[in-house]
Design a protein around this ligand. Structure first.
Ligand code: HT7
Ligand code: ZN
Length: 878
């Protein structure tokens, strides 16, 4: 496929003002009749009408009621320019939803029919100008067998419904909001709905509906509560009310991503809708809250104002991720739980996005070129994009940000715009901010790929009582310095926060402030200090950079014990672990852990005031995925061995502390997924995992027995899965019977069965057992590549499990190549995501690197590869 360049953008030659669509729905053959009111874009020279279309069977084309000639060119349907500037185009075509295994366009899932149109799925339904800057008002008539498809839904409002002959029925939907085709949706299925009316501040009533399969209704309470909370939050924080009479969510089993924000008719992966305490973990409950919020927030940031072209994807995704992160933080209700949320977000950013930015798929937040747009729904566009918005928020403050959002809507409501338009509105609403005065420097965040490195060195001058901090940024080669907000505090060696008085300033000094870098190097001198200080930099992770602050272990121990910023306190724990793990991985001898570090962890674990959720995070070692990015020429087996060895030592040396933590953090109240409970469950489960791990050394049978018992009698999934994880990860003898029991108990619940697959594929490798298990599970009757959740549970979990995937005999890579090709023939979007498991192959030690190159080349040589997979594979080999 050709490369599409951002610089080639041109306005459309025609506008589609209204789309009147009629569907005769049937799994084998659906007939689509489309009647479009089209206007020529008179700003451009007269040219042919070129419509997108893919896998369609065309029956007829009429313009103003007359049949016209047409041709197919480069996958487009081309009609000579009609004489009139305004005309009606009628098209009739058929499609085959049951054959659509790609899950883009109209497809079958179970006995229902569902659509997915973002980014370019609408062209798989009918011919259209399938681009986000063409916005039309839709009216949709759905006709189908009433028994098979009792529920017929589309965007907007239901205006008519009734019976037809031969057991068929119809429904007519009308959506008053002009929208791009990617927000179009249709559902025809046998579903039931949880319903709730809500009243917004203006006094208007709105109907909320969550549609699921029969039998799943009692699993929708949390999703409905999350939706209501999202509506309330957006109106309170940003004055953005629900603008729809009816807001529907539909859950579907087979879905390529998490959810989709179609106007008024969101489609959701069941994973982000269905939850009961018995079937979903605390993390699942959190995931539902944040995805429901994310999709709901898109109604303003994405739907009311949309993207001019797909290069602007982060305009809606970065902003909406920022909004859902803020919502999740506000929902927690405590400062420490807010920090726990932030730590989770940064962990994901550093594990996935930093790796992406260092590999073959590195691209700016606003990409310059793509082959398949589906490949650019990335951590860079989403998570780094959210960090860009967060930096704006840091620079202009909460009120200033709200003012910027208001100006953005005032200027652009109803339009398809660019990232520049958003940044301009934020700057114009805050003219004296650093954002406005250095807007061009700031906007490099949209244009430059790669993670900037920030070096910080401080010097204390005892005579002057001053501390000079030198900050230097090193952008990726060829990139210019970026604007970095660096949040800073200074602590005395006794842990006391010091005043931050800059040399040229007068007035009262606080103990935390944001330094703004706009050049490669800045020097800041703080005065009025009485002793040596330890700097705490990039507090709350104020910019998405890699920091080298040169702090010693002693400095980090001060921060771990005293930092008032929970993020940096956690960061200190991770830094202490990272340096030990990297040293151990580089050494050929098993490395004994030092007592000072163990004691520091003990102090955190036993701390009387720290939040259990925070303790869980601080006591969890950095993941192998994170560590691999901090190394060059990675030997994943050596890294894995070092990490396992450190865990074994922490399990042994903190045994009494883990036993205390397990007992002290049991939750005896009725289950609720609130942070006050989930933190205790997380810490207790970590403690149990360490105790079962230590039993392997000591021969103890009590803790594995307790874990097995918990698998049997737990009253919620978090505890049941926690106990099962403890057994499986420790390769305990009781793991097998516990796994079998779990399977027997939950075999009819697909989402729980996904956990069963995931747990086994993600277990720490030991003597090749995990890899052997993955091969076995690929043959399991419950495994299928046709369901993305199931494929992800087994294969995506495995290809991110370092030691089970990166094998010295290359068998992991051979299996990877086989599965990329197999998946690509079923679902290219899924295959190209799976293919990214070898993105970072060039960073591996030589033997792994050679074997990985061979596997990638084997995929590259396949005679038939989708353009999605082709782009990933070609980039990997470039
Ligand atoms: N805007 C959506 C992105 C999306 C998607 C969703 C489901 C299936 C395929 C998809 N391609 C792109 C999801 C979101 O960010 O909210
Ligand atoms: Zn989104």
């Amino acid at each position: 496929s050709p490369l599409i360049q951002r610089s080639d953008y041109q306005a459309p030659a025609y506008w589609i003002r209204t789309a009147d669509l009629t569907f005769d729905l049937d799994g084998a053959k659906t007939i689509v009749a489309s009647k479009l009111q089209i206007e020529r874009n008179t700003d451009l020279p007269v040219q042919a009408l070129r419509l997108h279309g893919e896998d369609l069977n065309l029956l007829r084309v009429l313009i103003d009621g007359q049949s016209v000639s047409f041709r197919h060119e480069d996958g487009l349907l081309v009609l000579d320019a009609p004489e009139a500037n305004s005309f009606v185009l009628e098209i009739r075509n058929t499609i085959a939803p049951e054959k659509n295994t790609q899950l883009s366009g109209l497809y079958a899932s179970g006995s229902g029919l569902f659509t997915q149109c973002e980014a370019e799925g609408f062209r798989r339904i009918t011919y259209f100008l399938d681009r986000p800057d063409v916005m039309a008002v839709y009216s949709v008539t759905l006709r189908a067998d009433k028994k098979k498809f009792p529920v017929l839904l589309s965007n907007g409002n239901l205006v008519e419904q009734g019976d037809l002959d031969a057991g068929r029925h119809y429904a007519k939907w009308s959506d008053p909001f002009p929208k791009p085709s990617y927000l179009f949706a249709v559902v025809a299925a046998d579903l039931v709905a949880r319903e709730q009316w809500v009243r917004t501040r203006s006094g208007k009533d709105h109907l909320l509906q969550i549609f699921v399969k029969r039998g799943d209704l009692e699993k929708t309470e949390h999703a409905m509560n999350s939706l209501i909370a999202s509506i309330v939050w957006d109106e309170a924080r940003f004055k953005l009310p629900l603008d729809l009479e009816r807001f529907m969510i539909v859950a579907v089993d087979d879905f390529n991503m998490g959810a989709m924000e179609n106007k008024g008719l969101n489609l959701f992966n069941t994973k982000y809708v269905l939850a009961t305490p018995a079937t979903a973990t605390d993390a699942d409950f959190d995931g539902i809250e944040s995805v429901v919020a994310h999709e709901y927030f898109h109604n303003w940031t994405g739907n009311r104002i949309t993207c001019r072209d797909w290069f602007q994807l982060s305009l809606k995704e970065g902003l909406t991720v920022f909004r859902d992160q803020e919502f999740s933080r506000d929902m927690t209700g405590s400062a420490s739980a807010r920090a726990v949320c932030r730590i989770g977000d940064v962990r994901r950013l550093r594990e996935v996005q930093f790796a992406e930015d260092a590999g073959p798929m590195a691209h700016p937040v606003r990409p310059e070129a793509y082959q398949a747009i589906d490949n650019f729904y990335t951590a860079t566009v989403y998570e780094k994009g959210a960090e860009v918005v967060r930096m704006m928020h840091t620079l202009v403050g909460r009120e200033g940000f709200a003012a910027g959002m208001a100006l953005y809507f005032q200027r652009h409501d109803g339009q398809a715009v660019t990232c520049d338009d958003f940044a301009q509105a934020m700057a114009d609403a805050n003219p004296s901010s650093h954002l406005a005065t250095s807007l061009d420097v700031f906007k490099r965040w949209y244009a430059q790929a790669g993670t900037p490195r920030l070096t910080a060195r401080g010097e204390f001058n005892a005579e002057a009582g001053s501390y000079t901090l030198t900050l230097r940024q090193h952008s990726t080669p060829g990139a210019a310095p970026q604007l970095l907000p660096v949040s800073v505090a200074l602590f005395g060696r006794d842990g006391s926060a010091q005043p931050l008085q800059l040399a040229h300033e007068s007035g009262a000094a606080g103990t935390e402030r944001v330094l703004v870098m706009t050049r490669a190097e800045h020097r800041f001198t703080f005065t009025g200090l009485t002793g040596e200080v330890v700097p705490s930099l990039l507090r709350d992770f104020s910019a998405p950079v890699v920091l080298d602050d040169g702090l010693s272990d002693a400095d980090l121990l001060v921060l771990l014990a005293h930092d008032t910023d929970a993020f940096n306190r956690w960061e200190a724990s991770q830094r202490l672990a990272t340096s030990r793990l990297l040293a151990a991985a580089a050494s050929s001898q098993p490395t004994a852990v030092d007592a000072a570090y163990v004691q520091a962890l003990r102090s955190v674990l036993r701390h009387p005031d720290l939040d259990p959720a925070f303790k869980d995070l601080a006591l969890t070692l950095p993941s192998a995925r994170f560590l691999m990015e901090a190394m060059e020429g990675v030997d994943p087996q050596a890294l894995h061995a070092a990490r396992e060895h450190l865990l074994d030592q922490l399990a042994e040396q903190l045994h009494e502390d883990w036993a205390w933590a397990w007992t002290a953090h049991q939750v005896r109240e009725g289950y609720s997924p609130v942070p006050a409970q989930s933190g205790r469950r997380a810490l207790a489960n970590l403690a149990l995992a360490m105790l079962v791990r230590d039993a392997r050394r000591s021969g103890d049978t009590v803790w594995p027995g307790r874990a097995y018992q918990r698998c049997k009698d737990a009253t919620n999934m978090t505890d049941r899965l926690g106990a099962l994880t403890a057994l499986v990860y420790a390769h305990a003898e009781l793991a097998e019977p516990a796994l079998q029991r779990f399977h027997a108990q939950f075999q009819h619940d697909p989402l729980v069965l996904d956990k069963w697959f995931m747990l086994q594929a993600g277990a720490p490798e030991r003597d090749g057992k995990v890899f052997a298990r993955v091969r076995q599970l690929l043959q399991h009757p419950d495994f299928t590549l046709n369901n993305p959740n199931r494929a992800r549970a087994l294969l995506f979990t495995w290809d991110t499990n370092p030691a089970a995937f990166h094998r010295s005999d290359a068998a992991g890579y051979v299996l990877w190549a086989e599965k990329v090709l197999e998946m690509d023939s079923v679902n290219p979007q899924l295959a190209s995501r799976f293919a990214r498991g070898l993105d970072r192959w060039r960073n591996l030690a030589e033997t792994y690197r050679n074997a990985a190159r061979e596997a990638i080349s084997r995929v590259a040589a396949a005679p038939k590869l989708s353009s999605d997979a082709r782009e990933i594979i070609d980039r990997a080999l470039q």
